[in-house]
Design a protein around this ligand. Structure first.
Ligand code: CMC
Length: 428
């Protein structure tokens, strides 16, 4: 905690506010008493200068391209660890011992089945429904099935519902895919890894045994690690805000999924691959670069730019490497990868992108890998949601356990009409 104070003078009133320091990263001015003492609010749409909570889970230094989970750099976790291990780390604060990892993986595995009646929800959707629409509905519906773990004041309930969410989300994601292609749902199998199980539930069919390709399983697991948490982004803040009212965790995660769906957030991976397909060959790149720079054209380079990273997104580095590994393992290639590499090179040498510090983000290359593995573009954001669930759950738990937690209630700058008298209908 820093002894520093910040002072503000406005409307002839002066106020001192404490400046608080975290472990690393910018200090924050604690403005909680501002309104009470001055009658003024702060104004920060998009929260570009506002810290909304204390958090010990994830740290990002956007200028340096650093991403740490509980202090561990994302590159090291992606290289040496597994998604189950990272999930344990995010939830519990420390890397697990072998015995702890074993127990955790066992617990998650034993929660992978969903209530059989939940399956009937799917048939209420059109076959061509976007799987994210199905995810919002079905994940929200979990609250109707697991009443025995929705008391948010009970730490044991919170733990069980957290495990249920992490365990069931791959099953629901695979079911959403199966429904869209008209194939039967595949039940989970407990002898497979979290990620191997998900691949089998997605691509397996009852008519034959599905072989998990280890390199693909590893790549998919790494993609999950790269998406597991990302500090107070839009969907995580949505989960926290929804949870701040005491709403049950299934409903809160459904709210997070809804927010993630947008093309400026989780939907960017789908949009990035669609953009690469539209560009097609490298000779078309200059035309699209020109459009991205044109203020009168709403087109943006999808998979480029980030609110926080003003240096290379460290997740994009790992993602680019993973593309080659998946291509080698599956003995495939994709001309769009060449287009993507060339687009990156051209953009990174263009003053517009350099000056605005726009670099490829995690989504720029992920679509190429996912489509090589066999996922349709509509599933990309679902995979993001699957991986991010552990981050949402960890952040939700942290918020609920915080004794200073309050319902989230932003204020506003009102710009509508001042008070006026009602005009009777016949006088309008
Ligand atoms: N292509 C072209 N210009 C861009 C782009 C882009 N992708 N991104 C930002 N800019 C420009 C923007 O027009 C603005 O220019 P000016 O200052 O002249 O008005 C400037 O850069 C700053 O942009 P901003 O919209 O104010 O920045 P932001 O922090 O609000 O937005 C962003 C961040 C990620 C929403 C934005 O960069 C974007 O829309 N990128 C494309 C979508 C995308 O890839 N999203 C995935 C983010 S990573 C995954 C995740 O965490 O969800």
């Amino acid at each position: 905690m820093s002894d520093n104070q910040a002072s503000l003078t406005a409307d002839g009133k002066s106020i001192e506010m404490p400046v608080r320091s975290g472990t690393i990263g910018p200090d924050v001015i604690d403005i909680r008493k501002l309104y009470g003492q001055t009658g003024l609010f702060t104004y920060d749409p998009g929260f570009t200068s506002t810290a909304s909570c204390d958090s010990a889970i994830t740290y990002i230094d956007g200028e340096e391209g650093v991403l740490l989970h509980r202090g561990y750099p994302i590159g090291q976790l992606a290289e040496h660890s597994t998604f189950m291990e990272v999930s344990y780390l995010l939830l519990n604060g420390e890397l697990p011992s072998p015995a702890q990892l074993d127990t955790f993986s066992h617990t998650i595995t034993r929660h992978t089945m969903v209530h059989e009646q939940l399956s009937s929800f799917f048939s209420g959707f059109r076959r061509d429904a976007h799987p994210m629409a199905i995810m919002c509905g079905v994940v929200g519906a979990l609250s109707a099935f697991y009443h025995d773990s929705t008391d948010v004041a009970d730490p044991e309930h919170r733990k069980i519902s957290s495990h249920r969410l992490i365990a069931k989300i791959p099953t629901i994601a695979a079911m959403a895919y199966k429904y869209s292609v008209g194939q039967p749902f595949v039940y989970p199998r407990n002898d497979l890894s979290y990620t191997g199980n998900f691949l089998r539930m997605t691509f397996g069919v009852p008519a034959e045994e599905y072989e998990v390709v280890p390199a693909v399983e590893r790549a998919m697991d790494r993609i999950f690690i790269l998406h597991a948490d990302h500090e107070q982004n839009a969907s995580t803040s949505t989960v926290r805000l929804a949870g701040s009212s005491g709403a049950n965790p299934f409903a809160c995660i459904a709210a997070g999924i809804a927010c993630l769906w947008g093309p400026a957030h989780g939907g960017a991976n789908e949009a990035a691959l669609n953009m690469l397909k539209e560009i097609g060959t490298p000779d078309k790149i200059p035309e699209y670069i020109a459009r991205a720079k044109d203020k009168n054209d709403p087109f943006r380079l999808m998979g480029f730019g980030h609110r926080v990273y003003k240096n290379y997104d460290p997740r994009a580095t790992v993602m680019q490497k993973t593309v080659r590994e998946v291509f080698d393992a599956l003995k495939v290639s994709d001309p769009l990868f060449e287009t993507a590499l060339r687009l990156e090179e051209i953009a990174l040498n263009d003053p517009y992108f350099v000056e605005k510090k726009l670099f490829p983000n995690v989504d720029f290359y992920s679509g190429i890998i996912l489509s090589a593995i066999g996922f349709p573009t509509t599933m990309f954001t679902v995979l993001f949601a699957l991986a991010r669930t552990v981050g949402w759950v960890a952040q939700w738990n942290e918020m609920i356990s915080d004794p200073g937690q309050k319902i989230g209630r932003p204020r506003q700058l009102y710009t509508g009409p001042a008070a006026r008298d009602y005009t009777p209908l016949d006088q309008r």
